[in-house]
Design a protein around this ligand. Structure first.
Ligand SMILES: C[S@@+](CC[C@H](N)C(=O)[O-])C[C@H]1O[C@@H](n2cnc3c(N)ncnc32)[C@H](O)[C@@H]1O
Length: 430
């Protein structure tokens, strides 16, 4: 939380309260009469387990220790104001929303009751993390950046029949930023025949949201179109260059230089009636959706996945995205050098102590990341104000695995001779 942790915390608390109007409304109940006491106790308990800067955590703990307060007015209003910028009642409500004490009111979607410890135990014993769809208590999956929906179709084909026999519902929700009306994006578009098949599959609750930025989910949440949390949140072949450069590590000018060096000069243009990004790649002019070179970085992707999934699976991660992603998962900041692009020359030096162990994995082999280095404990909060942490991370080498569903990009890797084998990460949020 930089540069002023208190100001940053105030900003995040009020951002969250403004962007989750249903929770904000529901938070009123938490400060009423007899409930206040238990709300303060829950806030206190929640806070004890949070990694927050001392200048935020200590005064908050002091406030919530006063569990005997029977009225909001009995709390230290000035301190609450300095921490949240709000008067006491609103401050307490905003903090309850921020620390997720308020359940999503009235969501139609079931969510898993398994704890993160249960999930970790189950996933550790599974070669294929998607088997959690079969053996968890709720069979639900969110696939972001879903492309042509072939992964969704494989999941439904693999798990749907058993679940249907057991009279259990399978929930599969997919989204992609590509506008289905766009002429750009080629084979990544959701195929209409596949979409229709999925929509008509009995026992399946399927939804696809096209023209949908994964980082702009407020409207879908407002309409209760998405579950607050899925048993699995997946992202296959995370988009490049979107997730290949981390903006908290690399400046925009350096990223632009790298894009021009590796992809070619680019500019916004028009293609027929739509906006497009034109990239001069060697002799060729390539056209992409206009947002193709928007750089978001892996931190935001991790945060989104951790918010939405009891388990997160990032499959078919190409080499460039992989090292940038890995750098964010490790505790020591030396893996995230400022203004130093990850290249075939810098990566072996930066990850030297365990680089060989990772690149030495044969296809199909996997490794518990905590056996190589300490997992990151404190992540900066993402733009929606949530901070992630993972209790378990497994890295597996390869694009596709026997008896596991995979995306069409993953299935194409075997014919991409110039690409090194990609990576799969299975992450259990803390
Ligand atoms: C490399 S493709 C992978 C597609 C599919 N997951 C697969 O593995 O075959 C990346 C996908 O992410 C989508 N995408 C990129 N940025 C996105 C965003 N901000 N929100 C939603 N989808 C996005 C792209 O439209 C594209 O379909």
């Amino acid at each position: 939380m930089n540069p002023d942790p208190l100001a940053e915390f105030r900003r995040l608390v009020s951002h969250r309260a403004r962007h989750f109007p249903k929770q904000w409304e529901a938070s009123k109940k938490l400060i009423e009469g007899a409930t206040l006491h238990s709300t303060l106790a829950r806030l206190h308990r929640t806070l004890l387990g949070k990694d927050l800067p001392a200048s935020v955590k200590e005064p908050l703990l002091r406030i919530f220790e006063r569990e005997t307060a029977s009225r909001v007015q009995d709390l230290d209003g000035e301190c609450l104001k300095s921490l949240t910028g709000l008067p006491p009642a609103k401050a307490l409500r905003a903090l309850s929303v921020f620390f997720e004490l308020v359940p999503t009111p009235g969501s139609q979607w079931p969510t898993t009751k398994l704890t993160s410890e249960d999930i970790e135990r189950l996933v550790r014993n599974m070669e294929n993390p998607f088997d959690l769809i079969r053996c968890g208590d709720v069979a639900s999956l969110l696939d972001i950046g879903a492309g042509d929906l072939s992964f969704a179709e494989e999941v439904v084909g693999l798990y749907g029949p058993d679940l249907r026999q057991q009279n259990r519902e399978l929930i599969v929700h997919c989204l992609d930023r590509l506008d289905p009306r766009s002429q750009l994006g080629g084979p990544l578009h959701a195929r209409p025949d596949r979409l229709r098949r999925l929509q008509q599959t009995p026992g399946l609750s399927f939804a696809f949201f096209g023209n949908q930025d994964m980082f702009e989910l407020e409207r879908l949440d407002e309409q209760d179109s998405l579950a607050p949390r899925y048993t699995i949140a997946s992202c296959w072949a995370p988009a490049t260059p979107t997730f290949a450069y981390e903006p908290t590590r690399l400046s925009r000018s350096l990223i632009d230089q790298e894009l021009i060096r590796t992809r070619g000069a680019f500019r916004q243009t028009r293609f027929e009636r739509e906006q497009a990004l034109e990239v001069a790649h060697g002799e060729r002019l390539l056209l992409f959706p206009p947002w193709k070179f928007e750089i978001v970085g892996p931190l935001a992707l991790l945060s989104l996945l951790a918010r939405r999934g009891a388990v997160c699976v990032v499959g078919s991660v190409d080499d460039q995205v992989f090292w940038e992603l890995l750098a964010q998962l490790l505790d020591e900041s030396r893996y995230r050098p400022q203004e130093e692009p990850f290249t075939t020359v810098t990566v072996p030096k930066i990850f030297g102590d365990f680089y060989d162990a990772l690149v030495g994995l044969s296809i199909g082999e996997s490794i518990d990341l905590s056996s190589l280095a300490t997992l990151r404990r404190q992540y900066p909060p993402s733009r929606d104000g949530f901070a992630v942490a993972f209790r378990y991370i497994r890295i597996r080498r390869g694009a596709t695995f026997p008896d596991s569903p995979a995306s069409s990009t993953a299935r194409k890797f075997s014919s991409m001779n110039e690409e090194v084998p990609p990576w799969m990460l299975t992450l259990v949020p803390a």
